[in-house]
Write a protein of this length. Structure first.
Length: 269
């Protein structure tokens, strides 16, 4: 039996994109990947990115991105420092450590307004280390001093995001929680700014890059459950949440059925 011929090619993809545009459908990655997943997946197979597919259809993708940014700004402006502090104080003390997974919107807004979750807690009058102890997490032993010491012992060429998440995930995760992000931890360790920037070179979290990371993790047998990702790759998880609205939507945009992830215990342990 001959293999089933794909109904997609570049011409059909361009035609469908034009048709959606004529109907007034928003052609953002988030919207199309969720509402027209078959088209989106096909576009990524035939083009380097969704933006390339849209441009090939003769549509100005820059205007789409600008509109998407305007909408994002509207959502962001709902949060300010006063609201963040008010919401933080509503959270029970022994639950403050877990806001990063129980209330992602608050955690993201706090980091945006104050620079890190630690600074937001301190602005609200809390001692970050006491919050950690109250949660009784395994990260309690990860002091700032210990993290800085371990970073200084690492070879300079092994400090990139890719190397750290593969070779020193516990250190990376602890640094992310203690310092707000990996770059801040490197600066606290006294590393040259050039090396700090190099460690995150080309790490801009575009929708396409997020999808590539998810697909690479999936095909290599890596775990993708929400709880696991929040603990072990908070950078990717937060970027996916910002770009797609939820981790499940990001998984769907990568062409993966999130329900199968949840049913597979290997992904959640």
């Amino acid at each position: 039996m001959s293999p089933k011929k794909s109904r997609w090619n570049r011409e059909k993809i361009a035609a469908e994109i034009k048709q959606l545009s004529d109907k007034g459908v928003r052609l953002t990655v988030k919207n199309v990947s969720r509402e027209h997943s078959a088209l989106y997946s096909a576009a990524l197979r035939y083009y380097r990115s969704w933006s390339d597919a849209v441009k090939a259809a003769g549509i100005d993708y820059d205007s789409i991105k600008k509109e998407s940014r305007r909408e994002a700004v509207k959502k962001i402006t709902k949060w300010d420092r006063a609201r963040v502090l008010a919401e933080v104080k509503k959270v029970p003390f022994d639950k403050l450590w877990y806001v990063y997974k129980n209330n992602v919107a608050l955690h993201s807004a706090a980091r945006r307004e104050f620079g890190s979750w630690r600074k937001a807690l301190e602005a609200a009058g809390y001692d970050y280390d006491e919050v950690n102890k109250a949660a009784g997490t395994r990260y309690t032993s990860w002091t700032r001093e210990k993290i800085v010491k371990m970073i200084r012992e690492l070879p300079p060429d092994r400090l990139s995001y890719g190397n750290m998440t593969k070779e020193n995930l516990l250190l990376y995760s602890a640094a992310y929680r203690r310092f707000g992000n990996w770059q801040n931890a490197l600066r606290a360790a006294g590393l040259p700014e050039e090396l700090v920037k190099k460690s995150f070179k080309n790490r801009k979290w575009t929708p396409e890059r997020i999808i590539e990371e998810i697909q690479e993790r999936y095909h290599s047998g890596g775990k993708l459950a929400s709880g696991y990702m929040q603990r072990h790759d908070p950078s990717l998880f937060s970027a996916a949440f910002r770009r797609f609205g939820s981790w499940g939507d990001a998984i769907g945009a990568a062409g993966i059925d999130y329900k199968t992830i949840l049913r597979n215990k290997a992904h959640t342990r």
